[in-house]
Design a protein around this ligand. Sequence first.
Ligand SMILES: *Cc1c(COP(=O)(O)O)cnc(C)c1O
Length: 374
Amino acid sequence: MMDEILYVTRPDMPDLQEYVKYLERIWDSRWLTNNGPIHEAFESALCQYLGVKYLSLYSNATLALISAFKCLELSGEVITTPYSFVATSHALYWNGITPVFGDVDPIFGNLNPSYIERLITDRTSAILPVHVYGNPCPLAEIDSIARKYGLRVVYDAAHSFNVRIGGVPLVNFGDLSILSFHATKVFNTIEGGAIICKDEETKRKLDYFKNFGFENETSIVSPGINAKMNELQAAFGILQLDSIDLNIQKRSQIAQRYREQLKDIKGLRLIPELDHVQHNYSYFPIFVDASGINFNRDDLYEYLKINKVYSRRYFYPLISNIPTYKNLKSSEPQHLIVANSIAEQVLCLPIYSTLGLENVDRISKLIKDRFAGI
Ligand SMILES: *Cc1c(COP(=O)(O)O)cnc(C)c1O
């Protein structure tokens, strides 16, 4: 029997017949975008599901990140992590803000607060950490540094859909948090995103901003952009809410199976699961430490590929090493030792709700065989 090709992710899809019902409503009303009824229903259903009070839907997380920095009127320098998806730093670039990279911790790959203070200058306006793979950043430390220096904190929470820490939604921390609903994320609206904020005034600002700054027909209150979520995306999202709990549960079983199969392998490291965190199992990263073995991460990547398993080097290359940012002072690799090291080691294995435990076993066996030198 031929093994099927396994991709790193496959998007969850809502029931097609249920989606067609929404399409019929949209066709009848001809209300396609601009705060339509489905958009409004999705926004409030999402707030309730996530346990947040103020949320503004966006067409994608990149425009949401760009808008977040514009709405807070931030400029100068922002301290961020090089170990993320490029959109994190690009959002600063599009605001004319210089990213200042700090190194990450070696366990979770999140921005390491012990390096933040020495990167602060009189131009620093904010900190932009990322909850990498949905694992919470050191919230208290980051908060206390921000307070001490009067900085804003914007979390790139693209991986953190419904992650909770001690029962509290992770997106409730910081001044703003940004979620992504891209097709590859744990919860998707095809493309989509949202900004979570703390008060009604900010929510209004964010709402106007994504619609060119229109407050009403004739009053344009800010130099906004077009970043609205449309009715077709919102309908997709409403239906996804019905199955998200089950899908995350299936992901959890997959993650548990990987953990059982891949434990105690010399040269292979996993990220520990935290008891007080409700995870969403959005990714399953493994780290290959080539120092004690005769192959490296890229060899394992190619080996899996030959065997029809498409893993992903996520995050590689490091943002600080790509042409746009590599000449910044803070990009010098000697200041980013841990980030450079884990970017060379990481491999994200396939994980999605329909993967099937037999496929997890197949992937795990390939990895175990490779490490055993078979
Ligand atoms: C996916 C992702 C983004 C961008 O999200 P889009 O909705 O695709 O624009 C930003 N930051 C991180 C960390 C991401 O993983």
